[in-house]
Design a protein around this ligand. Sequence first.
Ligand SMILES: Cc1cc2nc3c(=O)[nH]c(=O)nc-3n(C[C@H](O)[C@H](O)[C@H](O)COP(=O)(O)OP(=O)(O)OC[C@H]3O[C@@H](n4cnc5c(N)ncnc54)[C@H](O)[C@@H]3O)c2cc1C
Length: 421
Amino acid sequence: MPGPVESADVIVVGAGPAGSAAAVHLAGAGLDVLLLEKAVFPREKVCGDGLTPRAVRELAGLGLDTRPEAGWRHNLGLRIWAGRPYPYLMPWPVLADFPAYGLVRRRADFDALLADRAVQAGARLVQPVTVTAPVLNRAGRVVGVQTKAGTQYHAPVTLACDGNSARLAIAAGRDRRLDRPLGVAVRAYYASPRADDLWLESWLELWDGPPGRSHLLPGYGWSFPLGDGCCNVGLGLTDSSTGFGRVDYRDLLRRWLDTTPPEWGFREANRQGRIGSAALPMGFNRRPLYRDGLLLAGDAAGLVNPFNGEGVSYALESGRYAAEQIVQARSRGLGCGAAERALQAYPVRLGRAWGGYFRLGAVFGHIIGHPRVMRLATRYGLPVPAVRQLVHRLLANLSDQSPRDVYDVVVNTLSRLTPSA
Ligand SMILES: Cc1cc2nc3c(=O)[nH]c(=O)nc-3n(C[C@H](O)[C@H](O)[C@H](O)COP(=O)(O)OP(=O)(O)OC[C@H]3O[C@@H](n4cnc5c(N)ncnc54)[C@H](O)[C@@H]3O)c2cc1C
């Protein structure tokens, strides 16, 4: 067996949002961090590139300057198309716990920026290196990782942030939970005059012809303006949707986009680059999130929000939670019982933060996954301003923990009273 090439206090596998965020917090607390990444930055990542105020709050905590002067493109909220020929405008709420703006940034650029931030904080980024399996000691504890090139990295704690492939977690026997929702999303970039729009756009109903007089397609759609001449346009659906697993997602995207006004530019001739698709692992779909020296965060832990398909914020936040628990464990002396309890508190903390909310999201997704139910909801629910505001806050998981209005109370109470996912 090859000997270790390098060792550290913590190994973080994957330098996406979860891994880089964890590395920033760990290195910032003085730990020696090895951040192992399969690709070489900048690299493409199939995503909608949309960041809600939840994600913006995490970026601030990572020490990133997200002001427009620093090159970030702010958006004001959501423009929702549903059930009527003109849209609803839903500005991001003004809250104490979150900023009132979102961002859009290509993941190729965004992820490179986060990885740079981790390096600045002191993490050792190694790329390209493909991790294939954990290294176990005699007691079955994870004490490092094995790479495709045949080398090993050793550390007393390992954090799997390798995205929806969850290769390390699977190799360590962490199973996927089949009772959790799973989504698929597909996206492409189009040169468009709407690229400077200040609103994220979302379609709750997708038609393949004139609305109300053609076929209602499964799923929801988006257009996120990048401000660089292009929009990121895509659609997603969950396994509770009619046709999930049987439809051709690229064809679905084209059929829907062909119904949008030609002057928007969402046509094949204006497409820049390939159409990409990937899975959305939702609602804690892998377990256990900690055992025997290995923690899971981000998509590797199945932390995409079942309400809206948002995963970047939950990746950033879970990376931070994992880092904080590892820092506490280390201060107690890794390997002792007290340190182990700090690591075991990680899944408990995630469950407390999002358990009820994700369970609620799974139920919501199941109900709304049927196009007819969605139609009823958009026709009779959304026109009511109070319902609209509540749905907006609930879907984006934006409420103040110390409630300041009735929407905070309802969102917090629903999340707290729903049994954890
Ligand atoms: C089409 C689509 C649209 C989406 N739109 C949005 C959106 O607009 N907003 C939003 O918030 N979320 C969106 N999501 C979800 C979001 O992309 C993910 O939830 C998010 O990227 C998860 O971050 P992560 O760090 O956990 O994983 P990833 O971003 O997948 O990063 C994992 C990293 O690990 C590396 N890696 C993988 N395997 C290995 C290995 N074996 N060894 C070493 N390194 C490895 C990868 O190269 C990658 O850099 C979308 C997803 C899809 C598919």
